[in-house]
Design a protein around this ligand. Structure first.
Ligand code: NOJ
Ligand code: NOJ
Length: 483
């Protein structure tokens, strides 16, 4: 990105007590070099991600090929399972690597297709292949069903998983078709135009298109209702699916998927609250504001590089929501006043999941990265279109960088105000990465959470999704937004 060179260093002004002993490093002298962190952490994140991918990864030798463990942690908490959601988000990164020219990773994608087919056919507490089993969020590492007791979420489907898996596999099918010569693999394994369905993508699209309106658990596996994140990724899966199906001449299905996607598009605007001035994660929650990082994730994964036409990162509503999230977490977590750059971000302010049980919740690496990823995406968009328009809802966000910004103003590329906003936004995003860097140990290991009080790691260690989220953020920072 053009403006990056100005942003090499983020200087800390740490307000912790200083030490009289001169040999103790005074952290106010510490400088976080965000570029150096990004480089080092990119390498470490690739290693960390692949270590959890079956069955070649060091931590995943006993995992099915194409299966991904959420974390190698087997107790406190036990995350040694494959979650449909986490796996899809990890394979999104692996597929993006393939699309960027690394053909050596293709074996993993083929394994993922086979494992997805196996999990779809595994009868589980949510049902079987034709009766709801596709909504099951979590399986054993050898592909058998998870039947143990597990809080409130057991037996209740989570409808984001099949949509995320479809988004990844549709992109893979398109990649294969573009390449030519792989049509038979696609129609045998990924999408065959028959009912009852018998291929992975068709199964997920049928499931999503017939069930999206049903209440289901959110991405955090806690609330049974309709969710912004889930609807965003369902809509994208159906629209992308309709395009694939057009290529494969299944016209009737394309029409049905588009109709359902349009219906979802009609529901999504209800998540905007004009009184709160943010997009709510879930409607009608009495015990939460519904200000939630999952909303930002819904914007990212429901749009991606190309954009699918509703609530993209650069929309007025998403920027307003990001602004509100940063404000709420800034004052909620004690570490946010320690003088390190940026703001540590968690899932949602009322959260009580501390990584192993319930007490007080903490910031998450992937949520902190997501605030940066959104902003890097938006800057890329501004550079592409050549102007910034300040919306009424996101005015506070823009005034962080340009206090004189006014609602409705347009700043063209090359103007002083355009540069001030873009540079300010890149600094903001780099500060978010600097914040994560500040709480990352030298080994580069990324757990799920880090303590709200002292920044040390909490929860599942080496969370695969933390690495995946870092990598998509690093791509966005270099202007190469993931699909
Ligand atoms: C409770 C947490 O709140 C939820 O988000 C998580 O998915 C489950 N425990 C399983 O770890
Ligand atoms: C808890 C998170 O809430 C959920 O989103 C995730 O799928 C699981 N942990 C596994 O990482």
């Amino acid at each position: 990105m053009k403006f990056l060179p100005a942003l090499l260093f983020v200087t800390l002004a740490v307000q912790e007590p200083t030490f009289v002993n001169a040999r103790v490093v005074d952290k106010r002298q510490t400088t976080i070099d965000v570029n150096a962190f990004m480089n080092k952490q990119t390498f470490i994140s690739w290693v960390g991600l692949y270590r959890n991918v079956g069955n070649s990864g060091d931590y995943a030798r006993n995992v099915d090929p194409g299966g991904v463990i959420a974390s190698p942690s087997m107790s406190n908490p036990d995350y040694y399972y494959q979650w449909i959601r986490d796996s899809a988000l990890v394979f999104k990164v692996i597929l993006n690597q393939l699309i960027s020219g690394n053909s050596s990773v293709e074996v993993h994608l083929k394994n993922y297709v086979a494992e997805s087919n196996k999990l779809q056919h595994t009868p589980n507490p949510s049902g079987d292949y034709y009766s709801g089993g596709l909504g099951e969020p979590k399986f054993q590492v050898n592909g058998t069903a998870f039947t143990g007791s597990w809080g409130i979420t057991k037996d209740i489907p989570q409808l984001d998983g099949p949509a995320l898996r479809a988004i990844v596999l549709i992109e893979y099918a398109n990649t294969l078709l573009d390449r030519g010569g792989d049509t038979r693999y696609v129609t045998n394994n990924l999408y065959q135009a028959v009912l009852p369905y018998n291929t992975v993508i068709k199964a997920d699209l049928e499931y999503v298109s017939h069930n999206w309106h049903v209440d289901n658990f959110d991405l955090w596996e806690e609330v049974n209702a309709q969710h912004f994140f889930t609807l965003m990724v369902q809509r994208r899966a159906l629209l992308a699916g309709a395009e694939l199906v057009d290529r494969l001449s299944d016209g009737g299905a394309a029409t049905w998927y588009r109709q359902q996607a349009d219906a979802i598009g009609g529901v999504l605007p209800r998540f905007w609250s004009s009184s709160k001035n943010f997009l709510q994660a879930t409607l009608n929650q009495s015990n939460r504001q519904s200000l939630d990082c999952g909303t930002l994730l819904g914007s990212l994964h429901g749009n991606g590089k190309r954009g699918w036409g509703i609530f993209p990162p650069e929309s007025d509503e998403v920027l307003a929501t990001l602004d509100a999230l940063v404000n709420v977490f800034k004052s909620l977590y004690p570490i946010n006043s320690n003088g390190a750059p940026g703001v540590a971000i968690g899932r949602y302010p009322e959260d009580t999941y501390d990584g192993t049980g319930t007490s007080v919740a903490n910031p998450w690496y992937l949520c902190t990265f997501t605030t940066a990823e959104i902003v890097y995406n938006v800057v890329k968009r501004y550079e592409d279109v050549g102007y910034i328009t300040v919306g009424a809802k996101s005015l506070n966000f823009f005034q962080r960088f340009l206090p004189s910004a006014t609602s409705g103003a347009t700043y063209a590329s090359g103007s002083a105000n355009f540069n001030i906003i873009v540079n300010g936004m890149l600094q903001f995003a780099d500060d978010q990465m600097g914040r994560a860097a500040y709480h990352t140990p030298d080994t580069g290991s990324l757990s799920e959470q880090y303590s709200r009080d002292n920044g040390f790691q909490k929860g599942a260690r080496d969370l695969t999704w933390s690495y995946a989220s870092f990598l998509t953020t690093a791509w966005a920072r270099s202007g190469n937004v993931a699909f």
